[in-house]
Design a binder for this molecule. Structure first.
Ligand SMILES: C[S@@+](CC[C@H](N)C(=O)[O-])C[C@H]1O[C@@H](n2cnc3c(N)ncnc32)[C@H](O)[C@@H]1O
Length: 330
């Protein structure tokens, strides 16, 4: 290809000039020949000695699996631009048309993201009381246990046996920032402990309840892993425990069914205590239905509620949002 040849001592000046002119060919390495340096160029340029030369291509590491994956051209546009990473496991949501190419997609993810050791596809919706979903192994190790880091804590978990999403990390940090030293916290649907372990760094005591035995097994391991000494893990249906605990702050992270547990939450909070309620809502009505249920339950129990904050936490499905409502109970 066409090249500009300059004496070594003028090489830096020449490189800048060629860059300015936008004529330096990208993707090739510059070549040294004795006391001269050769730059690959895309066309003739005045004021330089031009020669023909061969150049080696420079390797640019691909940034996305989409750059290296081999799928039929007509399916390329369906390739998801993102996927979840939990520890060293990737979980991707593939449209049906791409499922037959799952191995190639998984392989491409492993190739581009060297820290990922296993790739799974979502095999369905998050379902049941335990809020877990089926996973389909695509590539790498057929292993579902990993250790994930979030907000400075370590969480060991099995992605096939417990609920966990890294997409709530910011929300959990927001609740941590509101938590005050000395508080008693009641994490009603604790899972493997991402709220409990974080909030235990500020609160006096955290009650962490879950009815999934796998979640509580990992919660207990995570309490040890993070050297927390002020968390009480409880394997139980929260209905058995609620009312026996009086907390300053209650976390209701079960968006699909939280409205069914409002009574339990309100009976577990001290006067003036705060409840962090989560729900799913359509875009056109994010809060009013949930707030109506909160008010109705408070009325039934003879409590008064003061709404403190309401926000979209994250998109959940097309035109559906995971929302949060913080309220005080008097
Ligand atoms: C959406 S997950 C949230 C887990 C955790 N808070 C997190 O952020 O990863 C809800 C959790 O509630 C638990 N759960 C569902 N119904 C329950 C109940 N009646 N009593 C106690 N735990 C329950 C499930 O097992 C699941 O681990």
């Amino acid at each position: 290809m066409l090249a500009v040849k300059v004496p070594k001592k003028e090489a830096e000046m020449a490189r800048r000039r060629l860059l300015e002119l936008g004529i330096l060919a990208k993707g090739y390495s510059i070549k040294r020949e004795g006391d001269f340096v050769l730059f690959p160029v895309t066309g003739p340029v005045n004021g330089f000695e031009l020669v023909e030369a061969e150049f080696e291509r420079t390797e640019r590491r691909p940034h996305s699996y989409r750059e290296v994956v081999e799928v039929p051209a007509e399916l390329r546009q369906l390739l998801p631009s993102s996927f979840d990473i939990i520890g060293d496991i990737a979980i991707i949501e593939l449209p049906e048309e791409l499922m037959p190419h799952g191995r190639a997609i998984g392989g491409a993810i492993l190739k581009v993201h060297r820290h990922i050791k296993a790739v799974f596809a979502k095999g369905g919706k998050v379902e049941g009381e335990y809020r877990v979903r089926e996973l389909i192994h695509l590539a790498g190790e057929n292993r579902t246990e990993t250790v994930h880091r979030e907000n400075g804590i370590r969480l060991k978990l099995d992605v096939a046996r417990v609920y966990y999403t890294p997409r709530l990390a910011t929300e959990r940090m927001r609740v941590f920032e509101k938590t005050q030293p000395g508080e008693i916290v009641f994490d009603m649907f604790a899972g493997v402990g991402p709220y409990s372990i974080l909030l235990a760094r500020k609160a006096d005591l955290v009650f962490a309840v879950d009815l999934n035995p796998w979640a509580v097994k990992y919660l207990e391991e995570n309490i040890r892993l993070n050297k927390a000494t002020n968390i009480v893990p409880v394997l139980s249906d929260v209905r058995e425990v609620a009312g026996k605990i009086k907390a300053d702050r209650v976390i209701m992270n079960l968006p699909k069914f939280a409205d069914r547990f409002l009574k339990e939450a309100m009976l577990s909070v001290k006067p003036g205590g705060i409840i962090h309620y989560y729900g799913f809502s359509p875009e056109e009505d994010l809060f009013s239905e949930h707030e109506a249920k909160i008010k109705a339950t408070a009325r039934e129990l003879g409590f008064r509620v003061e709404f403190l904050d309401r926000r979209k936490v994250r998109p959940y499905a097309p035109r559906q949002f995971n929302i949060a409502i913080d309220f005080r109970v008097e």
